[in-house]
Design a protein around this ligand. Sequence first.
Ligand code: NAG
Ligand code: NAG
Ligand code: NAG
Ligand code: NAG
Ligand code: NAG
Length: 363
Amino acid sequence: MTVPWKSPPDLFRIGLLLCVTGAVSGQFQLEPLNSTVLQGSDAQFNATVQGNWQVMTWTVGGLLVLNFPVTGNITSSSEQFSARFCSSVDISCVEFTIHNVTRSGDASLVVCRVLGDYGSKTAHLYVQESGTVNVNGGNVTVVRHQQVEFQCVTTAWFPTPTVSWTRNGQAVSSSLYNTTSMADGDTFNSTSVLKFQAVSNAMVECRATVLSLTSPQFSSVFLVVVPKPPDWTVLIAVVVSIGGFALLVLLINGIIFCYKRREEKQPNYQDEMSRRVRTHSQISGVNAAGQRQGQENAGYVPEGQTSVAPSELTDSSFSQLNGSKVYKVADAVNTNQAENCYSGAHITVGESGVRKHRHVTIV
Ligand SMILES: *[C@@H]1O[C@H](CO)[C@@H](O)[C@H](O)[C@H]1NC(C)=O
Ligand SMILES: *[C@@H]1O[C@H](CO)[C@@H](O)[C@H](O)[C@H]1NC(C)=O
Ligand SMILES: *[C@@H]1O[C@H](CO)[C@@H](O)[C@H](O)[C@H]1NC(C)=O
Ligand SMILES: *[C@@H]1O[C@H](CO)[C@@H](O)[C@H](O)[C@H]1NC(C)=O
Ligand SMILES: *[C@@H]1O[C@H](CO)[C@@H](O)[C@H](O)[C@H]1NC(C)=O
């Protein structure tokens, strides 16, 4: 029943012990121990201190930049540095901020020290730079299946950016591009060359990024693929051959036309001759029968004078006639049939000769 009365001194002792232990051991955490941020952005560090602390200091790049007492005014070397309690009700947590971080100005070591037996903690600050990205040459138009090359230049990055390419939003295989970098002062330039065979229209994008960049910088151009233009040599050859063929057809048509005209003209000529001969025969009909004709072809008249009589003209006698004598027949025929004058004039042993003969036999 006396136990409750003993408790308060024990509890007090325990509480005192904890307090002393905390003060002696000096426990505090600094987070993050490594921070990578973009130049121009803010870098934040949190210090969580157990126990009863009085004053905290922050050193950046070896320079004391901020003094933070638990009670009293905070002093800083510039507006670039600030600190506050993480929450108004919790004095164990302090948030330290470096505004507008610059790579040249802000050395990489950030040190937090809590006065007393706490000691100090050191964090590393890495500042990166995001430069520019540009795909040289702008939009590209190529013939289908042609090899196309894109060049992407990144300027003023730190450290060397990771360059990648996309085609219509799809990542391009790294086997299709090469990226080389060179230092330019305290930053880096890089050139990436992408090569592939153009198949279809595409939006080609070059992306560059560094760890601290939440979304990559990019530059995009359009690839326009056109069908292969006609081969001019083939076209010329086709035109020439078509032209040649047309010319040939024209020539053949011309020849056929001329030939037909000649064929049409020849019968006309014969008709004309026949007409003339008939007229002649009529005239000769007027004259006494048996009288010699042959004024038309005087050449054979003399021999015709001594020609055989119509009665003598038989098959056998005709067959004996040859080229040189045919006009005799003709002439002889002429005496009966003036029409044969024409045939005789042609000295044709063949058909006309036979015809003549038949005329003769009929008569
Ligand atoms: C804190 O700052 C305020 C104004 O900035 C000033 O009036 C006050 O005297 C300062 N206190 C101390 C303890 O320096
Ligand atoms: C950040 O720092 C740079 C260089 O010190 C300065 O030119 C720029 O104005 C600063 N920006 C801001 C928002 O303070
Ligand atoms: C590239 O092509 C796109 C889409 O056709 C067009 O909007 C853009 O203006 C072109 N850029 C240049 C530099 O011609
Ligand atoms: C990249 O470079 C390597 C070696 O120089 C070469 O073999 C390869 O063909 C290049 N690739 C491209 C896409 O340029
Ligand atoms: C880096 O790029 C800038 C801008 O294009 C250029 O002026 C500079 O000469 C380049 N540096 C190197 C080392 O190529």
